[in-house]
Design a protein around this ligand. Structure first.
Ligand code: PHE
Length: 464
């Protein structure tokens, strides 16, 4: 994305070559740790089938409408989020500012998880699969040793962040995006194979049921909130990214069908990742504890799964390499966004912006790296640092940004402005009625209820 972000001038803005170019680039940003690491642990934690059902319902209503709105705002203004709202209505420029805070919080802790992935890739290259899954005499696994060490998570975090910055600094993101077009489909196939394998294990059926059958007792404000925030996170919504992507989209491209393609691709990968991990929790793990493992789930369960597999080590090496790659393309997109925000907002040159972003990453990244180990005694609202940053960006800021984006589109510039922009490509906007109802009424009301309930709950005022 470097050449795109270098130019903030609306006239000489470069464009994606065509519809496929746009869809693949947006999908490269969307598909990442959100699908492979975050989705499975959210499903596990928040009630399996009910979470999945809510996720799909929200994807085709909220996700669809917000993504159309964001891409259309970007294409209409030809500007990135931080300035786009300002250009359309200066009183609403605060939405762009709030949206910009999200990637600044996510980028560092994303690199911490990216570091964990690299650690596993390295472990499978150097050790047999059984050793990666083994528990030592102190009851520690390779993963629990990693997160409790005062140095190791930092080293892997810096390594992952270093690769991201190196690629951005030497300007080869285009090459990486091209390779991701080959590697991403391989990832889809591999994860589907792992998922099918996982489903054939003894006891997996309980996991398949847990994952696919919604139970009404799991329907709660918390489940709706977590499904909604996971949706925003996974589709890179409510943080200005799709506005930036839209600003590079050519006028003749059909926004509506592009959005469906991105959504289907992104949701399919998340679905397979859940199907690989949840049944394995029941087959090789301890459902009572592991379902609540949160951000550590993937790293607890997958080693056990690979240890039961013939050629598990090879599969694991290829798997973690592909996860690393998907994480890297998202991390590049996140880091680039932070750099362009600093460039746009503070009128800085590219190099100082890259360096400044690095310093923010170091602070948040160090805290997140050590939060499960040496700093585990420090918690806020009962959360370790990584969970806290995830909570702030996903459960607080993103719903606020999404809410104001809906108000902005629904009542300030009016849905017609977006519909006209979508139809300016010469294609009819088939679901414009759905879009209008969701943006004006359903989404803002639901978001505000959920946001207030979740904040009350986080501060211990209510239990859900
Ligand atoms: N959507 C990405 C994922 O699922 C995360 C991301 C968010 C990437 C925002 C870029 C920008 O992992």
């Amino acid at each position: 994305m470097s050449e795109k972000n270098n130019s903030n001038n609306s006239n000489d803005r470069s464009s994606f070559s065509g519809k496929l170019g746009f869809v693949l680039a947006a999908a490269g940003s969307a598909v990442g740790l959100g699908n492979l690491w975050r989705f499975p642990y959210c499903v596990a934690q928040y009630g399996g089938g009910m979470f999945l059902l809510l996720y799909v319902i929200l994807a085709v209503t909220f996700g669809f409408s917000l993504m159309v709105a964001e891409i259309a705002i970007g294409r209409k203004t030809r500007l990135s989020a931080i300035v786009a709202f300002d250009k359309l209505k200066p009183e609403y420029s605060f939405i762009g500012v709030l949206a910009s805070l999200v990637p600044i919080i996510i980028t560092p802790y994303y690199a911490v998880i990216g570091g964990w992935v690299l650690k596993f890739l390295w472990s499978y290259i150097t050790l047999p699969a059984s050793a990666v899954a083994a528990t030592n005499e102190n009851g520690m696994t390779l993963f629990s040793e990693l997160i409790s060490s005062p140095t190791e998570p930092i080293v892997w975090f810096l390594f992952f962040l270093g690769i991201t910055i190196f690629i951005i600094a030497i300007g080869v993101e285009k090459g990486i995006e091209k390779s991701s077009k080959v590697l991403m489909p391989i990832l889809v196939i591999l994860i589907a194979v792992v998922a099918i394998y996982s489903c054939t294990l003894p006891n997996a059926i309980n996991g398949i049921k847990y994952y696919l059958i919604p139970r009404s007792k799991d329907l709660s404000v918390k489940t709706v909130l977590s499904a909604m925030t996971q949706l925003f996170y996974s589709l890179s919504l409510a943080m200005g990214i799709m506005i930036t992507y839209g600003s590079y989209m050519k006028k003749n491209i059909n926004i509506e069908t592009s959005v469906w393609q991105i959504e289907i691709f992104d949701t399919a990968i998340a679905f397979w990742a859940g199907l690989a991990i949840i049944p394995a929790v029941f087959a090789c793990g301890n459902p009572t504890n592991d379902l609540k493992a949160g951000p550590t789930l993937m790293f607890i369960i997958l080693p056990k799964l690979f240890a039961t597999m013939k050629a598990g080590r090879i599969v694991a090496i290829v798997f973690f390499f592909l996860v690393f790659f998907a994480a890297l393309t998202s991390s590049i997109s996140l880091y680039e966004t932070c750099v362009s925000i600093i460039q746009d907002k503070f009128k800085q040159k590219r190099t100082p912006s890259i360096v400044f972003t690095f310093f923010i990453c170091i602070i948040i990244g160090f805290l997140s790296s050590l939060g499960y180990g040496p700093l585990s005694m420090i918690t806020f609202l009962g959360m370790q640092f990584l969970d806290l940053f995830d909570f702030l960006s996903n459960s607080v800021l993103m719903p606020i940004v999404a809410f104001f984006t809906c108000i902005f589109v629904g009542y300030v510039i009016k849905p017609k402005a977006i519909i006209d922009e979508v139809e300016s490509s010469g294609h009819e906007f088939t679901l414009k009625k759905l879009f209008t109802v969701v943006i004006k009424y359903v989404a803002p009301i639901l978001i505000i209820i959920i946001l207030i309930a979740s904040l009350l709950q986080a501060f211990g005022k209510i239990t859900m």
